[in-house]
Design a protein around this ligand. Structure first.
Ligand code: URA
Ligand code: ZN
Length: 381
C-alpha cells in the first residue's frame, strides 16, 4: 500500500523571471549583492529599509534582509528539501510581495511568466514520485476586467493550478473593498480557493520607540506583525459581510489564521456588544465561529502544539493543512547548513503532539485534507 501523502501547502519559490525583475530594482522588493556576502541579499520588508540604507553607506555594517540562497529560486532545491523531509507533494506559491508593486501592464505580463514557469515545473514531475501544484499569482493591479479575464483562463491554461495566492492589500483598500466582490464571486464560481498570506505586517511604530540597538532582527515583524496583518484583513472581510455575500468563497489562511483562532471569541463578543453595529437594524449574518468552520481553512504553520490545538478547535481538524513556509526559516547559527530544518520539525511535532503520531487525524492534517480540498491527484497523468 502506498504511504499516505504528505502535502506541503505553504511553500514558496521565486521563478527566474521574477528574480531577474528583483535584481533590476532600486526600491524594495529588491536583490542586491554585497562584497562581504557569499549570497546576494533579498530585501523585502519595509522594516529592512534602515539596515539596507546603513549597509549601502557602511560596508562593515550588518547585512540587510536575508541571504538569497538557491532554495529561493531552484526547483531542484525544492525537490531535495521535499525528499529530506518526507514531503510527497507541494503546492507552491510565489513568495511575497507577489506582483503587488507592479504597474498594470507589467503585472499582467509578469503574472503570465510566473504562472507559466510554475506550470512547467509542475508538469515536469509527470511520472515522478513527488508531485507539484501551485497557487497562481494574479495581476492585482491590472484592473478588475483584466483580473477577471486572468482568473477565467487559469483552469484551462494551467492544469496544476489549485487556487491563487493573495496579499492583504487587495486593490489598495484591503479585502473588504466592495470593488473586490466580483473577483471573489469569480473565484468561488471557479472553485479556486484563496491562499491569504501577509507581507505588510504592522507599521514599525506599533512596536514602540527603541534604542538603535533594539531591532531584534526579524522577530517583531514576522512573529507578531505578519499574524496580526492576516487577522485584521480577515476580521475586516467578516465585518463587511464578504463571507455572507460570497458563501462559496474559500479562504486558506497562512500561519493558522494569524491570531484568529485565539481572538475569534473576542471579535464575536465585540460585534455583539457594539451598539452601532447591533442597532443598525441590519440582519446579522453568521457568527465568526460559523464562518471559520464553513469558509475558512487554516495551514498548520504555527510551530507549537498549543497553537495547533487552537486551530483545530476553531476550524475543525478536517480544515487544517500542513505547511513549511520553505525557503524561509532555514537553519541558522550552529545549525546552518543542516539538512533537516528545525522549522519543519517544529510543525510536524506540533501535529503529532496535538493529534497523536500516526493517528487518522494527524494523517488528515499532514496530507489527506489538502488532497481533498485542493483536488490533488485528480488529473490524468
Ligand atoms: N518572511 C517572508 O517575507 N515571507 C514569508 O513567507 C516568511 C517569512
Ligand atoms: Zn509564507
Amino acid at each position: 500500500m502506498a504511504p499516505p501523502p504528505v502535502v506541503d501547502i505553504h511553500t514558496h519559490l521565486y521563478p527566474p523571471p521574477y528574480l531577474t525583475l528583483l535584481s533590476s530594482r532600486t526600491s524594495i522588493p529588491l536583490v542586491r549583492t554585497f562584497p562581504s556576502s557569499p549570497h546576494p541579499r533579498l530585501i523585502l520588508l519595509e522594516t529592512e529599509l534602515p539596515a539596507l540604507e546603513l549597509a549601502l553607506r557602511d560596508p562593515s555594517a550588518p547585512l540587510p534582509g536575508r541571504p538569497l540562497t538557491p532554495a529561493f529560486t531552484s526547483i531542484g532545491e525544492k525537490l531535495s528539501f521535499m525528499a529530506v523531509h518526507g514531503i510527497t507533494t507541494s503546492v507552491m506559491s510565489l513568495a511575497n510581495p507577489w506582483l503587488d508593486f507592479l504597474g498594470p501592464a507589467e503585472a499582467a505580463a509578469m503574472a503570465r511568466e510566473v504562472d507559466g514557469a510554475f506550470e512547467e515545473m509542475c508538469a515536469a514531475q509527470k511520472g515522478k514520485d513527488r508531485k507539484l501544484y501551485f497557487f497562481a499569482a494574479p495581476p492585482l493591479t491590472a484592473g478588475i476586467p483584466a483580473l477577471l479575464e486572468y482568473l477565467s483562463e487559469l483552469a484551462g491554461k494551467y492544469k496544476h493550478c489549485r487556487g491563487i495566492i493573495l496579499g492583504t492589500s487587495g486593490l489598495g483598500l484591503g479585502l473588504d473593498d466592495t470593488s473586490l466582490l466580483p473577483i471573489f464571486h469569480k473565484l468561488a464560481a471557479l472553485n479556486l480557493p484563496v491562499f491569504l498570506h501577509p507581507h505588510y505586517g504592522l507599521p514599525p511604530s506599533v512596536f514602540g520607540p527603541r534604542a538603535e540597538t533594539g531591532e531584534y532582527g526579524h522577530v517583531l515583524p514576522l512573529a507578531l506583525g505578519f499574524p496580526m496583518e492576516t487577522t485584521v484583513a480577515v476580521a475586516r472581510m467578516y465585518l463587511a459581510g464578504v463571507f455572507d455575500a460570497v458563501p462559496a468563497l474559500r479562504m486558506i489562511l497562512a500561519h493558522s489564521g494569524g491570531t484568529l483562532p485565539f481572538l475569534a471569541g473576542r471579535i464575536e463578543s465585540c460585534v455583539r456588544h457594539d451598539g452601532k453595529l447591533m442597532g443598525s437594524g441590519k440582519k446579522r449574518g453568521r457568527t465568526v465561529w460559523e464562518v471559520l468552520r464553513e469558509q475558512v481553512y487554516l495551514d498548520a504553520v504555527v510551530y507549537s502544539e498549543v497553537g495547533l490545538r487552537a486551530a483545530v478547535e476553531a476550524s475543525g481538524v478536517e480544515r487544517l493543512m500542513f505547511g513549511t513556509d520553505h525557503p524561509f526559516f532555514p537553519p541558522v547559527g550552529e545549525e546552518e547548513g543542516a539538512e533537516v530544518w528545525d522549522s519543519v520539525k517544529l510543525n510536524v511535532e506540533a501535529v503529532e503532539k496535538a493529534l497523536g503520531k500516526g493517528s487518522e487525524e494527524a494523517g488528515m492534517v499532514m496530507g489527506g485534507n489538502a488532497a481533498r480540498v485542493l483536488r490533488l491527484f485528480d488529473e490524468e497523468e
